[in-house]
Every structure is written in C-alpha cells, then in structure tokens.
Design a protein around this ligand. Sequence first.
Ligand code: MN
Length: 198
Amino acid sequence: MVKEDDPLREYRDKRDFGLTPEPLGAQGEKGDDPIFVIQKHSASRLHYDLRLEIGGVLKSWAVPKGPSTNPKDKRLAVPTEDHPIGYESFEGVIPEGQYGAGTVIAWDIGSYRNLTVKDGEQIPMELAIRHGYAAFRLEGRKLKGSYSLTRFRGGKDESWLLTKKADEYADSTRDILVAEPYSALSGRTVEEIAAEGH
Ligand code: MN
C-alpha cells in the first residue's frame, strides 16, 4: 500500500487553481491556540463546513443543517477532505464547473481548546478523531462554549454528529444561523457576495 503522506493531496487534486479563487495553501501551524472556522457554503446544496486545525491542516466536516446552540440538536457532519491552513479566511465565488461551485463566507471564526478526555486523561485531537469522539470549546465570534463531534458510522459512509454541550452558552430560544447570517470577517452575506461576484 502507498502511504498517504500528503494530507492536502485530495484538496489539490479536486481543484484547478487557475480557475478557482481558493488558496493553494500549505501545511503549517497557525499559532498558539488551534483555530476553527465554519464556512457557509451556498453550493448545489446549502451547507456549513466545520474546519478544525488539527496536525497542521484544517480537518473538515460538511454540516448540512449547520451548527446549533441548542444541546437537543444533533447535527449530521460528514467528513470531507483536509483543507490547508489559510483556507479559514477564504470568502468568494467558486466558478461553475469547479469543485464546490458556489459562494463561501467565513460565517464564524476563532480558536478552540481540546477538551477530549479518555480514561481520565486528556488526549490529543488527532487521537480523539481517530477514536471517533472529540470534545472542544469554541471561542468564536459567534459560537462559544463546548461542542462535541461523535462518529456514529464508519467506513465509506462515515458520519458524525455535531452537538452543543449544555453550558452557559447553550441557547435553545433562537436559531443563530437565521439571527446572524453574515460573515464574521466581512459582515457580508452569501447573497451579497454572490451578487458582487467575489
Ligand atoms: Mn462545502
């Protein structure tokens, strides 16, 4: 078996960087606290992409219904290819015919802290993801507090659930996706970026 030693190969193979405005990107550490981003992606189907900085890349899940602040909601999260550090600030229009064609905004961005504990000890995020359960505390512009990702199906149809934990930031009284639709970086909505074309 060939060892897959370039985690960004699939990301690059799927894209023509002469046509898409998305960054080519590279592996690397971002800084002190690992970062996260949730990009709202109006593609053939609207979804939200959760990306967590783990091991020098942005581990990614497509969340069709987006995150919730209500601990009762379990949101399906389907793994997608690793994205490069730097992708977190990408907003714009991916042209027709390109992978992921549609409009992207950085709906929320910030840092996170790994809270995953196994047998009474904290384990690294890489290991947490491999084991199928990760707990983390988001410090975003919009989302704050503890969330978990739990794998409930492996193999070809690998699927996870993204859930808000009950803490002081849990809120079941409003839908944050509706209440705060704009980009955390530019203040624009996907509709505005689509209309402007970039
Ligand atoms: Mn996407």
